[in-house]
Design a protein around this ligand. Sequence first.
Ligand code: NDP
Length: 328
Amino acid sequence: MTTHTTRMLIIGSGPAGLSAAIYGARAGLEPIVVQGLQPGGQLTITTDVENYPGFREVIQGPWLMQEMQAQAEHVGTRMLWDTITSVDLSGAGKQGMAFRAVGDGGDVYEGETLVIATGAQAKWLGVPGEEQLGGKGVSACATCDGFFYRGKKVVVIGGGNTAVEEALYLTNHSPDVTLIHRRDSLRSEKILQDRLFANPKISVVWNKKVDRFLGDPLAGGLTGVALTDTVTGAASEIETDGAFVAIGHAPATELFKGQLAMDDGGYLLVEPGTPKTAIPGVFACGDVMDHIYRQAVTAAGTGCMAALDAERFLAEREFAAAKEKVAG
Ligand code: NDP
């Protein structure tokens, strides 16, 4: 069991955490990144990335994350492979190592500031074929993967804002988008529903749940979805080239329950326009506090903001302490 101390403790190693690390390291804060269960975050389970600025050619998500990690380490970040199992923020306001986290092997991590970049996970249906055909026709992100279905037929599963927005977005690429919902009404905002119903490229299939994704991962990928009618129980199939599961995301905030404020969906609440939580010295960035944009580039942006604010927080605290010393 070891105790690791740092001026900036970062939990999470997706684009938000690693961008915070790059900025924190360059500011001399010698950050520690605790990588978590999925080092590199959600991008490590995507394949082609075409919308991260700076790359003309299609790049691979895992490669991008390796590069970000290498850059973070190159400028002085310590990357530690551990999963945090508990966090104690009760030292807020204390000088020195105010925030404490414990890893699953018992190692202790103490930080003068804490950057939470634990991300979110797309929820999946958990039906046969979904995992096997992931990246081979089944996706949970239209903005990431929609472009690969130019001119093809796609379906979107879900009835909330995400599903409707994804269906609308996909019409930029696909002439034939079907929204499949398990009930007979949508829960998304009315304005989005109006746009959806007015779009001639979109049709809605009501009262259907997806039982299975059809196709061979090794030969052509997804070919269709098998459905059951939730009212009559009748079985049917729809042929499709792409299926986008849009049934919500789950932010990884379990560790912070009772210590930091969250919205109804479990996302951490921050001061609007900043990554500041209600506890001075604790910052949240990336998908753990953003249920709207959820892009690698926006996560990287808020990670940068968190590091800049952490640096300012420490500088102001040091300035105040020095002033007190002089006055005393
Ligand atoms: P929601 O929880 O709002 O909607 C999830 C949808 O998926 C529901 O329609 C639900 O069906 C359906 N669903 C859930 N589980 C299953 C399942 N196992 N099988 C089939 N269908 C299922 O999630 P969203 O991601 O849409 O939105 C999350 C939050 O983010 C919301 O607060 C939303 O308003 C917000 N958001 C805001 C946006 C914006 O302002 N532009 C954009 C995107 C999201 P049912 O309706 O039957 O429960």
